[in-house]
Structures are given as C-alpha cells and as structure tokens.
Design a protein around this ligand. Sequence first.
Ligand code: PMP
Length: 398
Amino acid sequence: MDLFDKFDNLPDRYESIVSLGRNPFGVEMEDISSPTQVVIDGKKTILAGSHNYLGLTFDEESIKAGQDALAQYGTGTTGSRIANGTFKGHKELEKKLSEMMNLPTIIIYPTGYQANLGTIAGLAGAGDTILIDADCHACIYDGCALSSATVVRFRHNSPEDLDKRLSRLGDEDSNKLIITEGLFSMYGDTAPLKEIADVKRKHKAYLYVDEAHSVGVYGDHGRGLAEQDGVTDDVDFVVGTFSKSLGSIGGFCASNHPKAEYLRYASRPYMFTASISPATIATVLTAADHIEKKPELREKLWRNAKHLHDGLSELGFKLCSTVSPIISAEMPDQETAVRCWNLLLDQGVYVNLAIPPGTPKGECLLRASMSAAHSPEEVDQIIEAYAAVKRDVNKYRP
Ligand code: PMP
C-alpha cells in the first residue's frame, strides 16, 4: 500500500490527452495585452475562454485605483478579517456591494470558493438538511461536505424533483436550505428561480443562490438572475465572486437576513485566513461602480453572446443552452474534444476544454465564454475558427 496508489490511473489518462497535442491543464498565457488578446505558444490568440464577462481586467480606472492602494496601504494585510486584516477598503467595499446588491449584509471572502465553503458550512449544521441542484459547482459540494448537515441532491433545474424531495422529508422539524446557481458554468443554462422560489415558500425553506456567473450579467442593476426573474425577496443568501464580471479575485455572501452578520463569527473560511489585499479591494470597488453606472457593458456582452451563439448554431454545433455568455458545444467523445480544442488553438482561439470528471454528466465540451470586450470582428474570427475546426476534425474520423 502506498499513499500514491490512488494516482495510478492518472498517468494513462493524462497521456491520452496530452499525446493529442498540448496540455490543456496548464496552458501558459505568455503575454496578455487586453481582456481578449493573449499570446500562447508564441502566437497571438483570441481569448474566448475566460469569465471576464464585462472585460474589466484592463479597465484604466480599476488599474489606477489598485496602483494607488498598493502604494498607500502596502502589498497585503497579513491578517484575518477578525484580527488585523480589516482595512478601511474592506469596509468600503462591503458598503458598496451592499448598495449594488440592495442587501444590508455583505461578507467578503478571499475567493468565491471560500465564500461558498464559509457560508454553507457556517449556516448548516447537524440536524439541518441541504438540498442542492445536482449540477452545482464543486465548491458548493465541498461546502456541504464541510458542514455536518444532511445533503440531498435534486435533479438539475427541476423544481418538481425538489418539491418531491422536500415532501419526502415530511413534517420533519429540520431547517431546509435549498442551494442552486443563477447561470450554470458548464452548460450556460439558468435556474428556473421563480419556480424554485414557489417551492421554497411552500416548504418554508431557505433559498441560497450562487450568482458567481450572473452578477454583472443579469438584471437591470447587474444584481444577477434573481433580479432579472423578480425574485430577490425570496432569496435569503446570494453568493458572488470578484473573479468574473468584477475582473479580480475574492468573493462575497449577501443577505437580507437580520442575523446574517453573525456568519462572520461562525464561518471558518472567513475567520482563519488572511483577508484580500488592499489593491485587490480597490480594483473591485471601481469595477462595482462600473457595473452600476455602465449598463452598456452588459448590453455589449449580450450582443456578443448572441453573435457567437447564432454563428455556432448555424455551423451545426450542438449547443448546450439558449443564448448566454457561456456557449458550450457538445463533442461526441473525449478524443474529438481534445483534438478540436487543439485545432482551435492552431487557429488562434483559446476556449476551455471541459471533460469528465469536471462535467455534470460526463460529457466533453468546448466551452467558450463571451466578454463585453470582444469586438464584432473578434467574434467573427472565433466563428471562422470553429468552422475550420469542423472541416479539419472530419479528417481524423475513422
Ligand atoms: N461558484 C461558481 C458557480 C463557480 O463557477 C466558481 C468558479 N468558477 C466559484 C463559485 C468559485 O469562484 P472563485 O474562482 O472566485 O473562487
């Protein structure tokens, strides 16, 4: 018995992927000149596989704010929020996000991943029941594992299955926490939040929505899918991240619940880790301002999303959802997916390769995501690259 025995099947699996071309799990961005232009293998490449939905990573005001904060407050806080790691900026950002989300309590975490871990494990304990959409992100699963609650999965995007499973719990007196996402990151589909909110009310449960991919993307104020669907009052906890529309790193939990503030003292991934750096805080403050004041960014994102979705549909790719900023094309098998992913890079386009165990039902996907920063010409080039790949890949078919 060896500690590493469990890795025995990995070398073959790894080899079956990298032998087809590049290593998709560690692509080096050798240079990055804009939210949509990078250099990979010495070649100018269009980035069509990041979550930079509003294209704010190179926003001049955000960069300047970050530089000023770096000079004024130093490189890091070197402490937890509950010790020496709460600077003026952390409080300012919590206030800003509270206004942006129109929710009184905001708790910032170092990543979106930790926001989910900390909020779920902080809220749910022994005797409580968590009901999660089967396709929820890994960090929601990990948050459930970290809690001592009973975890019940319901069928992806099925309020009927959720209702059935809640009914099966009977009149049990346990607290029930329903967890789902706004925009799902693999297929680019969205949760039926209105129907889920109806089920929540029927069963007197709490509702928790991870809006990591939907803040800045959906709703008149960019608050997420719950805003767009008119159900913000039904959502007890919203979790978001700074690593997508806000173009930085960090995460948050937002709530209108009067006692949510106490999560700060019950959430280990909040208490036992250093807080995010002042420079990061400053970039997010500026980006949040843009989400509020520049709805044209959202409009541009949606124009680009429709452009790419229409283009790939016309080429005959099997897409996993209706129009959204995540446009996933289903591939027949892993080998074809890896080959197509390499061929797209040969054409100067980077998208994400999604293969098992990272996909919900073991599918293989080419996952593109759009940004407000893509020009219409870049979207055309992406479509042309997919067209070339479609022609080329047929050569490899037996
Ligand atoms: N929630 C969802 C739905 C995600 O897709 C991700 C990461 N892509 C996270 C949370 C974690 O966010 P972060 O990368 O900021 O840790």
